[in-house]
Design a protein around this ligand. Structure first.
Ligand code: NAX
Length: 334
């Protein structure tokens, strides 16, 4: 069997608990690929991974390769084909006696983590490694990580697929169709409440979702905030942030990157902007993406952007720009 190496940070967290079995079950990378898993945690937590590893062994998947736990990012990412950066410090935690409530503090603390991780990935992961950032603030963490990796043959992504799945589910429910009828869903911009889930270019059975739904008020006043605030609604209801659906979205993203995109469809993830759609170069921005048959990834051009959409794209661009400004020290120092 061909083998691949997959590193996951935050291996003992709640997303990983749903994610890890699906990485080694044959579902994500294919039935005929053995997955060597490297689970990375902070030193205080790393021992807990022994229990996780016991459970992964007990799943008994034939695609399971070696299972390693470590608190060393260098050991974890060495020779990795895929790196899933799930671990980060949540809002509300106390660090050095201070409760971290502000997004700017969160940006700096998690940004610090992603400088070290980015540098290790750039030096030690495979030259064609793919890196998916899940830990928040995902877009700006990816910006910092890629900047420190200094390895342009590796490809960095930040996850917006959960937002896309949430948006598809709402459109399908409203239109009374199966979710598989909804395609071409783009989340523009940041994985934050400023994101723009695009109902104009989304298709329901091949027709623009807004034309099928024919309810402009619902689209603008219900659909958008519902998707933008869905993460908070889950936290309010569950007392914890989305985990199973986040893990599912990470699996969806890996599959979308590993397999050619069907004609007329796209998938959602944030990548470093090349200036497309007027977004400043380098910002990690949610775009409509396509995987070509040669496995290259491109931003789909020519999506229709009306005035309403442009205003939303401008807002989320502004937020990402201010996040970048807040971590500028981390982007410049070596
Ligand atoms: P948990 O708090 O359950 O787990 C996070 C784990 O990361 C902890 O076990 C912690 O010890 C570990 N960790 C912290 N710093 C680390 C480091 N430097 N190296 C290795 N491990 C480290 O969080 P969980 O619910 O699993 O969520 C993980 C992250 O995903 C959070 O930042 C969360 O905000 C983010 N999310 C992102 C989503 C997205 O769509 N992009 C959606 C879901 C989720 O909110």
């Amino acid at each position: 069997m061909k083998e691949i190496n997959v590193a996951v940070t935050g291996g003992a967290g709640q997303i990983s608990y749903s994610l890890l079995p699906r990485l080694i079950s044959g579902e994500t990378f294919g039935e005929d690929i053995k997955v060597n898993l490297r689970l990375i945690e902070i030193p205080q937590v790393v021992e807990k991974l022994n229990g996780t590893i016991m459970e992964l062994i007990d799943c008994g998947f034939k695609q399971t390769g070696s299972l390693i736990s470590t608190s060393s990012i260098e050991e974890g990412v060495a020779d990795a084909d895929w790196v899933l950066l799930v671990g980060s410090i949540p809002r509300g935690i106390v660090v050095d006696g201070k409760k971290i409530e502000e997004r700017s503090d969160l940006l700096k603390i998690n940004g610090g983590i992603f400088t070290t991780q980015g540098s290790a990935i750039g030096r030690l992961a495979k030259s064609d490694a793919k890196i998916l950032v899940v830990g928040n603030p995902a877009n700006t963490n990816a910006l910092i990580g890629k900047n420190k990796a200094k390895n342009d043959s590796q490809q960095w992504f930040a996850m917006t697929a959960l937002d896309a799945n949430r948006a598809k589910a709402q459109l399908a429910q409203k239109a009374g169709v199966e979710i598989s009828a909804v395609t071409n869903m783009t989340i523009w911009g940041n994985h934050s409440p400023t994101m723009y889930p695009d109902p104009y270019n989304a298709l329901i059975n091949g027709v623009s979702a807004v034309e099928v739904i024919k309810d402009d008020f619902w689209i603008k006043n219900d659909f958008l905030p519902l998707v933008q605030q869905r993460g908070k609604s889950v936290i309010d209801a569950r007392g914890a942030s989305s985990a199973a659906s986040a893990a599912n979205a990470a699996i969806d993203t890996i599959k979308a990157i590993e397999n050619p995109t069907l004609e007329g469809n796209c998938f959602s993830a944030a990548i470093a902007s090349d200036g497309s759609y007027g977004v400043p170069e380098g910002l990690f921005f949610g775009y409509p993406l396509k995987t070509n048959t040669d496995k290259t990834i491109e931003i789909i051009q020519g999506m229709e952007i009306n005035d309403f959409a442009q205003a939303k794209i401008d807002t989320t661009t502004k937020e990402l720009q201010s996040e970048k400004d807040a971590v500028k020290d981390l982007l410049t120092k070596d």
